[in-house]
Each structure stands twice: as structure tokens, then as C-alpha cells.
Write a protein that binds this ligand. Structure first.
Ligand SMILES: [Zn+2]
Length: 418
């Protein structure tokens, strides 16, 4: 595979199409994995999208087939031959399939969450959260003496690693991520420009959504209607930038994994027709690389953008629900308004109504694997204990500039019996 210059678009359409076709095949054929009630639930959620607009994301593991790795001879330039070779040399395994484009306003989070609300339901962010749930579940299986298709025990006690250390992670997204890498598209697109002109920033100085779209290279909050309640959730462009330094691992899985360097995102697969090379290079490299303290740069692993010309068909009216689906583990959940679809949040969010990828749910799973975590007073104290990770995140946020505040969502870790 080609090693790219940081932040550059890699023109390997075959590899991009291999990843996206594998994701779409799983999206369109859940019956290969799901049965009975699960299948009905999936189909009814997917049918809800028929006249709606949504974004599809899928994290895919690309695993070299050991025995056939060296069998490809060079000098076969025809695209068709190259594709066959790719399919022969690589195994592509979709880990997650997620849909969604909604964000919770800060007001709802402060009023209701206590760790139980999913703040950010943009498809790509859901996929990364779902990967961390899969990692926790797979480790729980290994602890019980069963095997995992992705992970195994590492040499260091209490730590885990990938079965195949040559595995690379690719994230397919059916749209260019919101924020800086798509702001030039927004500027030149059909959006009603008057709606977002000069409405300024949030109280903490972060550019709101598509405000001031003549400014590029800046941190933005999630887009939404200009009259919507404020969300401090940062754009997917900004969050993906951070992942280039911290890996795909969340605070829940960070200490369980032996070698974090195996869990970085290698490829972002995006629709070829919408890729703007200048925006991509600025967003994922140029705008921050000179501003991050040198001692933190060793953690940077750049992602490469791969094009795909396989189209994900969708309509115009935004859809409220999100599908969380793992073809690898047959996990399925449908979300609405940040909690399980069909559940009410009228009198607060019951534990049973929260998603399995909520902060509280992930924390409970992490505590079952490492009881020491239960000694922390609350979630915030636990996060602060990951000092190295925290200082790295802060350095990157400073490098990006204007990150501003995020919604606080703290809760006690004294759960009693889990
Ligand atoms: Zn987004």
C-alpha cells in the first residue's frame, strides 16, 4: 500500500471502493447476520430512511491475508486486475455500521443526562463509540475463556492487543464530515447562505456550525438550524483531527490495550465527487501541525483520504433516528433523541433506556473488567486520572485553537451491584 505524505488524498479508488462496497453490502443485507426480531427491528428502522436523509458510516478492519500477501506480482496496471488482486490479498471486515446526523443541545444534556444520553449522533462518531463497546465486549469474552475474532491477550498481564497486528482501520462515511473539511463544499453548495451569515460564536467563542463560512481552518460546533438550541459538540472534522493523536480508543478502553499505536485510523473513505483536496489537507494537517507542542507530535499518525465512487442513495428530509449495528457481533440498537428508540425521557432517563454506548454503560463494562475504576468518585475524576491522554488532548485542542467548552456530563461511579 502507498505511504502518503501527511494529510494528502490517496487516489487508490480500488481500495476505497473495496471498503465502501463491503460496508454497503452489510447495510443492504442484514439478513446474513441478524435473525427474527432483530432483523425486523433493523428493517423497520432502515425503511424509515426511504424518504429521508441520513449519513452512513462504517468502521472496517482491513486485514492482510498472510498466505497471499506476497503472491501479487507488479506490473498489472488494469484497474480490474488490481481490484481482484486487492480482494485476494486483503480481508475486509466491517466492525460497525451506524447512521445519524443529530446532536443533543447542551440544555437537554444538563437537564437529563447524568452519563445516559448520547450527545453526538453523527454517524462517524457513533461508529467510533460502537468500536469501543465492541472492544469491551470482546475483552469480556476473552476473560470468560472464549475467543474473539479481533483481539487476544497481550504479553502484559491485564492488557489486550489485536490478533493480527497488521490490521488497519478504515472509516467509510457517505458524506464529507461536517466542519472544516466540508466548509468549502458548504460555501459553494446550495445552502441558504443568508441563514448563517455572521451570527457570531457561542458564548465561549467557538464558531457555531456553519456561521462565518468564509472563515476556514477553524474549530466549529456541529451544524444545525441557526435558530436551534446551542450544542457545544464539536464538528466531526475537529473530532477526527483529535483522533489522529489519541487513536480510536476512548477513555474506557485506553488502559486495557497494550499498544495504542495499532488502533489509529489509517483511512477515511469519502465520496469522490465531493472531495476537495485543499480542504482535506488543511483540515487534517495544515491548520494545526505547526501549532502543536513538539513533545506531542510523536503521537500523531495521519489518516489518508481514499475516494469511492459507489453512491449511498439518500433523500432530503433529515432523519431523527440512528442505527447502531455491528455485523461482526450481531449487535443492534436503534436510537432516537440520544436514547433507545421508543423510550421516554419525560421523567429522566432510566438506566434501561440508555444506549449501550452511553458514558454510563461503557463505564459499567470497563469497571467489570477493571474493578479499580470503581474507586474513583465520579466519571470526571476517572478521566482526569488518565493524565497523559488528557495532556495530549489539551495540546491538540490548543493547536487547533478556539476549542472552547464542551457540555459537562458527570456522574457517580458508585453503581452498587452491576
Ligand atoms: Zn458530523
Amino acid at each position: 500500500m502507498v505511504e502518503d505524505k501527511p494529510g494528502f488524498v490517496n487516489n487508490d479508488l480500488n481500495l476505497g471502493n473495496l471498503v465502501s462496497s463491503c460496508a454497503l453490502e452489510c447495510y443492504n443485507h442484514p439478513e446474513k447476520v441478524l435473525k427474527d426480531k432483530q432483523l425486523t427491528k433493523y428493517r423497520s428502522a432502515k425503511n424509515g430512511y426511504l424518504d429521508k436523509f441520513t449519513v452512513l458510516a462504517s468502521l472496517v478492519a482491513i486485514i492482510p491475508k498472510e498466505s497471499e500477501q506476497d503472491s501479487s506480482d507488479e506490473g498489472e496496471p488494469e484497474p480490474k486486475r488490481r481490484k481482484v488482486k486487492l480482494e485476494n490479498a486483503l480481508e475486509v471486515m466491517p466492525l460497525t455500521l451506524t447512521t445519524g446526523l443529530k446532536t443533543m443541545p447542551n440544555e437537554r444534556i444538563q437537564k437529563l443526562s447524568n452519563g445516559r444520553l448520547i450527545h453526538d449522533c453523527h454517524a462517524e462518531i457513533l461508529s467510533i463509540r460502537l468500536l469501543n463497546l465492541i472492544i469491551l465486549n470482546e475483552i469480556a469474552e476473552i476473560v470468560k475463556g472464549r475467543t474473539s475474532t479481533l483481539l487476544r491477550k497481550a504479553d502484559m498481564p491485564g492488557k489486550y492487543t489485536l490478533i493480527n497486528k497488521k490490521t488497519q482501520f478504515a472509516l467509510y462515511i457517505s458524506e464529507i464530515p461536517c466542519g472544516d473539511c466540508s466548509i468549502d463544499n458548504t460555501k459553494h453548495g446550495s445552502l441558504d447562505k443568508t441563514e448563517w451569515e455572521d451570527k457570531g460564536t457561542t458564548k465561549t467563542g467557538v464558531a457555531r456550525g456553519r456561521n462565518n463560512f468564509d472563515k476556514v481552518g477553524i474549530v466549529r460546533t456541529k451544524p444545525g438550524r441557526s435558530d436551534s438550541l446551542v450544542s457545544y459538540s464539536k464538528s466531526c472534522s475537529d473530532k477526527l483531527c483529535l483522533k489522529q493523536f489519541t487513536s480510536l480508543l476512548s477513555c474506557h478502553t485506553y488502559d486495557l490495550i497494550e499498544d495504542h499505536s495499532l488502533f489509529y485510523l489509517k483511512y477515511l473513505v469519502l465520496p469522490e465527487a465531493k472531495i476537495n483536496t485543499t480542504s482535506i489537507q488543511r483540515c487534517f494537517y495544515g491548520r494545526f501541525i505547526d501549532n502543536v507542542e513538539e513533545r506531542h507530535l510523536k503521537n500523531f499518525k495521519n489518516l489518508s483520504v481514499l475516494p469511492t465512487d459507489i453512491i449511498f442513495e439518500t433523500k432530503n428530509t433529515p432523519c431523527n433516528t440512528s442505527i447502531l449495528y455491528s455485523p461482526m457481533t450481531a449487535f443492534l440498537q436503534v436510537l432516537n433523541n440520544g436514547i433507545k428508540d421508543g423510550c421516554s425521557s419525560k421523567n429522566g432517563i432510566k438506566a434501561s433506556n440508555q444506549s449501550e454506548i452511553s458514558r454510563e454503560s461503557l463505564m459499567k463494562k470497563a469497571i467489570l473488567l477493571n474493578r479499580i475504576l470503581a474507586s474513583f468518585e465520579n466519571y470526571q475524576c476517572f478521566k482526569e486520572s488518565l493524565a497523559e491522554r488528557r495532556s495530549l488532548k489539551l495540546a491538540v485542542k490548543n493547536g487547533l485553537g478556539g476549542w472552547g467548552k464542551s457540555s459537562s456530563d458527570n456522574f457517580s461511579l458508585h453503581f452498587g451491584k452491576i
